[in-house]
Design a protein around this ligand. Sequence first.
Ligand SMILES: *Cc1c(COP(=O)(O)O)cnc(C)c1O
Length: 394
Amino acid sequence: MSNRLDWIQAELDALRQSGLYNRIRTLSSPQGAWLIVDGKKVLNFCSNNYLGLANHPRMVQAAKEAIDRYGVGPGAVRSIAGTMDIHLELEQRLAKFKGVESALTFQSGFAANLASLPALVGKEDVIFSDELNHASIIDASRLSGATIIRFSHADPADLQKKIQENLGNYRRGLVVTDGVFSMDGDLAPLDKIHEITEAHNVLLMVDDAHGEGVVGKGGRGIVDHFNLHGKVDIEVGTFSKAFGVVGGAVAGKAAIIDWLRQRGRPFLFSSAATPPDVMACLVAIDLLENSTELVDRLWENAGFFKSEMKRLGFDTGQSATPITPVMLGEAPLAQQFSRELFDAGVFAMSLGYPTVPKGKARIRVMISAAHSREDLEKGLNTFAAIGKKLGVIS
Ligand SMILES: *Cc1c(COP(=O)(O)O)cnc(C)c1O
Protein backbone atom coordinates (compact mmCIF):
# COMPACT_ATOMS: atom_id res chain seq x y z
CA MET A 1 0.00 0.00 0.00
CA SER A 2 1.21 3.45 -0.88
CA ASN A 3 1.74 5.86 1.98
CA ARG A 4 2.70 8.92 0.01
CA LEU A 5 -0.51 10.76 0.95
CA ASP A 6 -0.33 9.94 4.67
CA TRP A 7 1.31 13.25 5.55
CA ILE A 8 -1.59 15.17 4.02
CA GLN A 9 -4.12 13.26 6.12
CA ALA A 10 -1.99 13.90 9.20
CA GLU A 11 -1.84 17.64 8.42
CA LEU A 12 -5.61 17.78 7.89
CA ASP A 13 -6.22 15.93 11.16
CA ALA A 14 -3.92 18.34 12.98
CA LEU A 15 -5.85 21.31 11.55
CA ARG A 16 -9.15 19.81 12.70
CA GLN A 17 -7.79 19.10 16.19
CA SER A 18 -6.47 22.63 16.63
CA GLY A 19 -9.71 24.19 15.40
CA LEU A 20 -7.97 25.73 12.37
CA TYR A 21 -9.63 23.60 9.70
CA ASN A 22 -11.46 25.95 7.39
CA ARG A 23 -15.05 24.80 6.95
CA ILE A 24 -16.43 26.53 3.88
CA ARG A 25 -20.04 27.64 3.83
CA THR A 26 -22.20 27.34 0.69
CA LEU A 27 -24.45 30.01 -0.82
CA SER A 28 -27.55 29.10 -2.78
CA SER A 29 -28.68 32.65 -3.57
CA PRO A 30 -27.28 35.60 -5.50
CA GLN A 31 -25.06 38.09 -3.67
CA GLY A 32 -26.97 40.83 -1.87
CA ALA A 33 -27.86 42.24 1.54
CA TRP A 34 -29.40 38.87 2.40
CA LEU A 35 -28.13 35.42 1.44
CA ILE A 36 -29.15 31.80 1.70
CA VAL A 37 -26.11 30.23 3.40
CA ASP A 38 -26.09 26.54 4.25
CA GLY A 39 -29.85 26.59 3.69
CA LYS A 40 -30.48 29.49 6.10
CA LYS A 41 -31.52 33.06 5.28
CA VAL A 42 -28.96 35.43 6.82
CA LEU A 43 -28.03 39.11 6.75
CA ASN A 44 -24.81 39.39 4.72
CA PHE A 45 -21.93 41.14 6.52
CA CYS A 46 -19.24 39.13 4.74
CA SER A 47 -18.86 39.92 1.09
CA ASN A 48 -16.79 42.45 -0.84
CA ASN A 49 -19.79 43.38 -2.96
CA TYR A 50 -19.50 46.96 -1.65
CA LEU A 51 -21.85 48.59 -4.11
CA GLY A 52 -24.29 45.72 -4.55
CA LEU A 53 -23.27 45.36 -8.21
CA ALA A 54 -22.77 41.57 -8.24
CA ASN A 55 -26.43 41.10 -9.07
CA HIS A 56 -27.20 44.46 -10.69
CA PRO A 57 -29.89 44.06 -13.40
CA ARG A 58 -28.01 46.12 -15.99
CA MET A 59 -24.82 44.16 -15.48
CA VAL A 60 -26.65 40.85 -15.63
CA GLN A 61 -28.30 41.98 -18.88
CA ALA A 62 -24.94 43.05 -20.36
CA ALA A 63 -23.40 39.69 -19.48
CA LYS A 64 -26.26 37.89 -21.24
CA GLU A 65 -25.84 40.05 -24.34
CA ALA A 66 -22.10 39.39 -24.30
CA ILE A 67 -22.78 35.66 -24.40
CA ASP A 68 -25.14 36.13 -27.35
CA ARG A 69 -22.55 38.18 -29.24
CA TYR A 70 -19.25 36.57 -28.23
CA GLY A 71 -20.04 33.25 -26.55
CA VAL A 72 -18.81 32.19 -23.14
CA GLY A 73 -15.06 31.66 -23.56
CA PRO A 74 -12.17 33.80 -24.81
CA GLY A 75 -10.58 30.82 -26.61
CA ALA A 76 -6.97 31.90 -26.10
CA VAL A 77 -4.51 33.97 -24.13
CA ARG A 78 -4.60 37.69 -24.81
CA SER A 79 -1.34 37.67 -26.80
CA ILE A 80 -2.45 35.01 -29.32
CA ALA A 81 -6.13 35.17 -30.24
CA GLY A 82 -7.85 36.08 -26.95
CA THR A 83 -7.95 39.87 -27.25
CA MET A 84 -11.47 40.91 -28.21
CA ASP A 85 -12.55 44.47 -28.95
CA ILE A 86 -14.40 44.52 -25.61
CA HIS A 87 -11.14 43.87 -23.71
CA LEU A 88 -9.63 46.97 -25.32
CA GLU A 89 -12.80 48.96 -24.73
CA LEU A 90 -12.72 48.03 -21.03
CA GLU A 91 -9.06 49.05 -20.76
CA GLN A 92 -9.71 52.40 -22.42
CA ARG A 93 -12.77 53.08 -20.28
CA LEU A 94 -10.91 52.13 -17.10
CA ALA A 95 -7.92 54.34 -17.96
CA LYS A 96 -10.27 57.27 -18.56
CA PHE A 97 -12.23 56.59 -15.35
CA LYS A 98 -9.04 56.52 -13.31
CA GLY A 99 -7.30 59.37 -15.11
CA VAL A 100 -4.22 57.37 -16.12
CA GLU A 101 -2.38 57.05 -19.44
CA SER A 102 -3.19 53.38 -19.93
CA ALA A 103 -4.62 50.24 -18.34
CA LEU A 104 -4.40 46.49 -18.80
CA THR A 105 -6.89 43.90 -17.57
CA PHE A 106 -6.19 40.47 -16.10
CA GLN A 107 -8.16 37.43 -14.97
CA SER A 108 -8.00 38.54 -11.33
CA GLY A 109 -6.32 40.96 -8.97
CA PHE A 110 -4.09 38.11 -7.88
CA ALA A 111 -3.01 37.59 -11.50
CA ALA A 112 -2.41 41.34 -11.90
CA ASN A 113 0.09 41.24 -9.02
CA LEU A 114 1.72 38.08 -10.36
CA ALA A 115 2.11 39.80 -13.72
CA SER A 116 3.45 43.08 -12.40
CA LEU A 117 6.11 42.43 -9.78
CA PRO A 118 8.18 39.82 -11.66
CA ALA A 119 8.05 42.02 -14.79
CA LEU A 120 9.40 45.04 -12.91
CA VAL A 121 12.01 43.68 -10.50
CA GLY A 122 14.37 40.70 -10.42
CA LYS A 123 17.27 39.14 -8.53
CA GLU A 124 19.39 42.29 -8.47
CA ASP A 125 16.56 44.43 -7.09
CA VAL A 126 14.82 45.15 -3.79
CA ILE A 127 11.14 45.35 -2.84
CA PHE A 128 10.10 47.36 0.23
CA SER A 129 6.79 45.85 1.30
CA ASP A 130 4.32 46.86 4.03
CA GLU A 131 4.26 44.06 6.60
CA LEU A 132 0.46 43.68 6.27
CA ASN A 133 0.38 43.45 2.47
CA HIS A 134 -1.99 40.98 0.80
CA ALA A 135 -0.91 37.39 0.11
CA SER A 136 -0.88 37.98 -3.65
CA ILE A 137 1.73 40.74 -3.21
CA ILE A 138 3.80 38.47 -1.01
CA ASP A 139 3.66 35.61 -3.52
CA ALA A 140 4.35 37.85 -6.50
CA SER A 141 7.30 39.41 -4.65
CA ARG A 142 8.79 35.99 -3.97
CA LEU A 143 8.25 34.95 -7.57
CA SER A 144 10.17 37.99 -8.78
CA GLY A 145 13.35 36.77 -7.07
CA ALA A 146 14.03 40.26 -5.66
CA THR A 147 15.14 40.76 -2.05
CA ILE A 148 12.09 41.56 0.08
CA ILE A 149 12.44 44.03 2.95
CA ARG A 150 9.33 44.53 5.08
CA PHE A 151 8.60 47.91 6.63
CA SER A 152 6.36 48.50 9.66
CA HIS A 153 2.70 48.79 8.79
CA ALA A 154 1.76 52.18 7.30
CA ASP A 155 4.94 53.69 8.76
CA PRO A 156 6.68 56.15 6.38
CA ALA A 157 9.52 56.79 8.85
CA ASP A 158 10.41 53.09 8.94
CA LEU A 159 10.15 52.89 5.15
CA GLN A 160 12.49 55.88 4.80
CA LYS A 161 15.02 54.30 7.15
CA LYS A 162 14.94 50.92 5.38
CA ILE A 163 15.37 52.55 1.96
CA GLN A 164 18.32 54.63 3.19
CA GLU A 165 20.01 51.60 4.72
CA ASN A 166 19.51 49.18 1.84
CA LEU A 167 18.81 50.75 -1.53
CA GLY A 168 22.51 51.26 -2.36
CA ASN A 169 23.08 47.49 -2.48
CA TYR A 170 20.64 46.93 -5.33
CA ARG A 171 20.08 47.82 -8.97
CA ARG A 172 16.48 49.05 -8.58
CA GLY A 173 14.03 49.55 -5.76
CA LEU A 174 10.25 49.27 -5.63
CA VAL A 175 7.85 50.13 -2.81
CA VAL A 176 4.58 48.21 -2.69
CA THR A 177 1.60 48.67 -0.40
CA ASP A 178 -2.05 47.78 -0.19
CA GLY A 179 -4.17 50.92 -0.64
CA VAL A 180 -6.86 49.82 1.82
CA PHE A 181 -5.83 47.10 4.27
CA SER A 182 -8.45 44.40 4.28
CA MET A 183 -8.24 43.29 7.92
CA ASP A 184 -8.34 46.75 9.56
CA GLY A 185 -9.88 48.94 6.88
CA ASP A 186 -7.15 51.56 7.27
CA LEU A 187 -5.53 53.47 4.39
CA ALA A 188 -1.89 53.44 3.37
CA PRO A 189 -0.34 56.91 3.92
CA LEU A 190 0.23 57.07 0.18
CA ASP A 191 1.00 60.81 0.06
CA LYS A 192 3.90 60.40 2.51
CA ILE A 193 5.06 57.19 0.85
CA HIS A 194 5.08 58.98 -2.49
CA GLU A 195 7.31 61.77 -1.11
CA ILE A 196 9.81 59.11 -0.06
CA THR A 197 9.75 57.10 -3.30
CA GLU A 198 10.13 60.34 -5.25
CA ALA A 199 13.11 61.47 -3.17
CA HIS A 200 14.86 58.11 -3.61
CA ASN A 201 13.78 57.53 -7.23
CA VAL A 202 12.22 54.11 -6.58
CA LEU A 203 9.12 52.68 -8.22
CA LEU A 204 5.81 53.03 -6.35
CA MET A 205 3.13 50.37 -6.64
CA VAL A 206 -0.21 50.33 -4.82
CA ASP A 207 -2.69 47.47 -4.76
CA ASP A 208 -6.05 49.15 -4.34
CA ALA A 209 -8.29 46.06 -4.46
CA HIS A 210 -10.46 47.25 -1.53
CA GLY A 211 -10.26 50.90 -2.61
CA GLU A 212 -11.48 50.61 -6.22
CA GLY A 213 -15.10 51.71 -6.36
CA VAL A 214 -14.94 52.69 -2.67
CA VAL A 215 -12.45 55.50 -1.90
CA GLY A 216 -11.68 58.60 -3.95
CA LYS A 217 -14.09 60.71 -5.98
CA GLY A 218 -16.97 58.46 -7.08
CA GLY A 219 -14.87 55.38 -6.23
CA ARG A 220 -11.84 56.27 -8.36
CA GLY A 221 -9.47 54.77 -5.80
CA ILE A 222 -6.74 55.74 -3.37
CA VAL A 223 -4.61 57.64 -5.91
CA ASP A 224 -7.57 59.95 -6.47
CA HIS A 225 -8.23 60.13 -2.71
CA PHE A 226 -4.74 61.57 -2.15
CA ASN A 227 -4.81 63.55 -5.40
CA LEU A 228 -1.66 61.79 -6.63
CA HIS A 229 -2.69 61.51 -10.29
CA GLY A 230 0.28 60.68 -12.51
CA LYS A 231 2.56 60.14 -9.51
CA VAL A 232 1.99 56.47 -8.67
CA ASP A 233 3.77 54.21 -11.17
CA ILE A 234 1.62 51.08 -10.87
CA GLU A 235 -1.93 50.88 -9.58
CA VAL A 236 -3.30 47.35 -9.27
CA GLY A 237 -7.05 46.97 -8.95
CA THR A 238 -9.71 44.32 -9.02
CA PHE A 239 -13.12 43.93 -10.63
CA SER A 240 -13.95 41.26 -8.04
CA LYS A 241 -14.89 43.51 -5.13
CA ALA A 242 -16.80 46.79 -5.52
CA PHE A 243 -17.17 46.21 -9.27
CA GLY A 244 -19.11 43.05 -8.45
CA VAL A 245 -17.67 40.83 -11.21
CA VAL A 246 -14.28 39.11 -11.39
CA GLY A 247 -11.03 40.26 -12.93
CA GLY A 248 -8.01 42.43 -12.25
CA ALA A 249 -6.34 45.48 -13.73
CA VAL A 250 -3.16 47.50 -13.77
CA ALA A 251 -3.42 51.24 -14.38
CA GLY A 252 -0.53 53.60 -14.92
CA LYS A 253 2.03 54.98 -17.35
CA ALA A 254 1.74 53.79 -20.97
CA ALA A 255 5.30 52.44 -20.98
CA ILE A 256 4.61 50.18 -18.00
CA ILE A 257 1.39 48.87 -19.52
CA ASP A 258 3.18 48.22 -22.81
CA TRP A 259 5.90 46.35 -20.94
CA LEU A 260 3.31 44.20 -19.10
CA ARG A 261 1.79 43.22 -22.46
CA GLN A 262 5.23 41.87 -23.38
CA ARG A 263 6.34 40.42 -20.05
CA GLY A 264 3.36 39.90 -17.74
CA ARG A 265 3.21 36.13 -17.51
CA PRO A 266 -0.48 35.70 -16.56
CA PHE A 267 -1.25 37.94 -19.58
CA LEU A 268 0.88 35.79 -21.87
CA PHE A 269 0.17 32.32 -20.51
CA SER A 270 -3.33 32.31 -19.01
CA SER A 271 -6.49 32.79 -21.06
CA ALA A 272 -8.23 36.15 -21.28
CA ALA A 273 -11.18 37.24 -19.14
CA THR A 274 -14.51 35.90 -20.43
CA PRO A 275 -16.86 38.04 -22.57
CA PRO A 276 -19.72 38.21 -20.02
CA ASP A 277 -17.29 39.30 -17.30
CA VAL A 278 -15.81 42.00 -19.51
CA MET A 279 -19.18 43.39 -20.60
CA ALA A 280 -20.45 43.41 -17.01
CA CYS A 281 -17.33 45.36 -15.96
CA LEU A 282 -17.97 47.90 -18.71
CA VAL A 283 -21.43 48.54 -17.28
CA ALA A 284 -19.97 48.84 -13.76
CA ILE A 285 -17.73 51.66 -14.99
CA ASP A 286 -20.75 53.25 -16.67
CA LEU A 287 -22.70 53.14 -13.44
CA LEU A 288 -19.83 54.64 -11.45
CA GLU A 289 -19.21 57.37 -14.02
CA ASN A 290 -22.84 58.38 -14.25
CA SER A 291 -23.68 58.62 -10.56
CA THR A 292 -22.03 58.67 -7.16
CA GLU A 293 -25.27 57.46 -5.57
CA LEU A 294 -24.04 53.95 -4.73
CA VAL A 295 -20.66 55.10 -3.41
CA ASP A 296 -22.39 57.79 -1.33
CA ARG A 297 -24.84 55.25 0.10
CA LEU A 298 -21.99 52.86 0.92
CA TRP A 299 -20.25 55.56 2.99
CA GLU A 300 -23.48 56.68 4.60
CA ASN A 301 -24.24 53.08 5.63
CA ALA A 302 -20.70 52.54 6.90
CA GLY A 303 -20.75 55.80 8.86
CA PHE A 304 -24.06 54.95 10.50
CA PHE A 305 -23.04 51.38 11.38
CA LYS A 306 -19.65 52.37 12.78
CA SER A 307 -20.92 55.21 14.94
CA GLU A 308 -23.74 53.06 16.33
CA MET A 309 -21.30 50.22 17.11
CA LYS A 310 -19.06 52.68 18.96
CA ARG A 311 -22.06 54.04 20.86
CA LEU A 312 -22.87 50.46 21.92
CA GLY A 313 -19.34 50.21 23.32
CA PHE A 314 -17.63 48.09 20.67
CA ASP A 315 -14.03 48.74 19.63
CA THR A 316 -14.00 49.15 15.84
CA GLY A 317 -10.24 49.72 15.52
CA GLN A 318 -8.55 52.03 13.04
CA SER A 319 -10.89 51.68 10.10
CA ALA A 320 -11.20 54.61 7.69
CA THR A 321 -13.34 52.70 5.18
CA PRO A 322 -16.53 50.58 5.11
CA ILE A 323 -14.50 47.58 6.39
CA THR A 324 -15.50 47.48 10.07
CA PRO A 325 -13.44 45.27 12.38
CA VAL A 326 -15.05 44.50 15.75
CA MET A 327 -12.08 43.84 18.01
CA LEU A 328 -12.58 40.94 20.42
CA GLY A 329 -9.10 39.86 21.51
CA GLU A 330 -8.86 36.09 21.66
CA ALA A 331 -9.76 33.81 18.75
CA PRO A 332 -12.17 31.48 20.61
CA LEU A 333 -14.31 34.47 21.67
CA ALA A 334 -14.38 35.78 18.09
CA GLN A 335 -15.33 32.34 16.79
CA GLN A 336 -18.11 31.94 19.35
CA PHE A 337 -19.39 35.46 18.59
CA SER A 338 -19.51 34.66 14.88
CA ARG A 339 -21.35 31.35 15.50
CA GLU A 340 -23.94 33.04 17.71
CA LEU A 341 -24.44 35.79 15.12
CA PHE A 342 -25.04 33.16 12.46
CA ASP A 343 -27.56 31.35 14.66
CA ALA A 344 -29.33 34.69 15.09
CA GLY A 345 -29.37 35.23 11.30
CA VAL A 346 -26.31 37.47 10.82
CA PHE A 347 -23.41 36.24 8.70
CA ALA A 348 -20.09 37.86 9.75
CA MET A 349 -16.69 36.18 9.72
CA SER A 350 -14.33 35.86 12.64
CA LEU A 351 -10.65 36.31 11.86
CA GLY A 352 -7.87 34.99 14.05
CA TYR A 353 -4.18 34.20 13.93
CA PRO A 354 -2.42 33.86 11.45
CA THR A 355 -4.74 36.10 9.36
CA VAL A 356 -4.40 38.80 12.05
CA PRO A 357 -1.83 39.06 14.91
CA LYS A 358 -2.26 36.93 18.08
CA GLY A 359 -4.57 38.57 20.62
CA LYS A 360 -6.18 40.72 17.90
CA ALA A 361 -8.96 38.36 16.83
CA ARG A 362 -12.02 40.09 15.53
CA ILE A 363 -15.21 39.91 13.56
CA ARG A 364 -14.99 41.74 10.30
CA VAL A 365 -18.17 43.40 9.13
CA MET A 366 -18.35 44.33 5.45
CA ILE A 367 -20.87 47.10 4.88
CA SER A 368 -22.49 47.49 1.46
CA ALA A 369 -24.64 50.00 -0.39
CA ALA A 370 -27.09 47.12 -0.74
CA HIS A 371 -27.96 47.26 2.98
CA SER A 372 -31.08 49.14 3.98
CA ARG A 373 -31.26 51.11 7.23
CA GLU A 374 -33.51 48.32 8.55
CA ASP A 375 -30.84 45.70 7.68
CA LEU A 376 -28.20 47.69 9.54
CA GLU A 377 -30.48 48.08 12.56
CA LYS A 378 -31.12 44.35 12.61
CA GLY A 379 -27.34 43.82 12.55
CA LEU A 380 -26.76 46.35 15.34
CA ASN A 381 -29.47 44.84 17.57
CA THR A 382 -28.00 41.37 17.08
CA PHE A 383 -24.45 42.57 17.83
CA ALA A 384 -25.74 44.33 20.95
CA ALA A 385 -27.57 41.27 22.28
CA ILE A 386 -24.68 38.86 21.73
CA GLY A 387 -22.11 41.40 22.89
CA LYS A 388 -23.97 41.69 26.22
CA LYS A 389 -24.46 37.95 26.53
CA LEU A 390 -20.73 37.30 26.01
CA GLY A 391 -19.65 40.18 28.24
CA VAL A 392 -17.99 42.18 25.45
CA ILE A 393 -20.11 45.26 26.14
CA SER A 394 -22.12 46.16 29.23
C1 LIG B 1 -8.78 40.70 -2.78
C2 LIG B 1 -7.43 41.21 -3.06
C3 LIG B 1 -6.69 40.75 -4.16
C4 LIG B 1 -7.21 39.65 -5.05
O1 LIG B 1 -8.14 40.11 -5.97
P1 LIG B 1 -8.93 39.06 -6.86
O2 LIG B 1 -9.45 39.86 -7.99
O3 LIG B 1 -10.00 38.46 -6.00
O4 LIG B 1 -7.92 38.04 -7.29
C5 LIG B 1 -5.46 41.30 -4.40
N1 LIG B 1 -4.94 42.25 -3.59
C6 LIG B 1 -5.62 42.71 -2.51
C7 LIG B 1 -5.01 43.77 -1.67
C8 LIG B 1 -6.88 42.19 -2.22
O5 LIG B 1 -7.55 42.66 -1.15
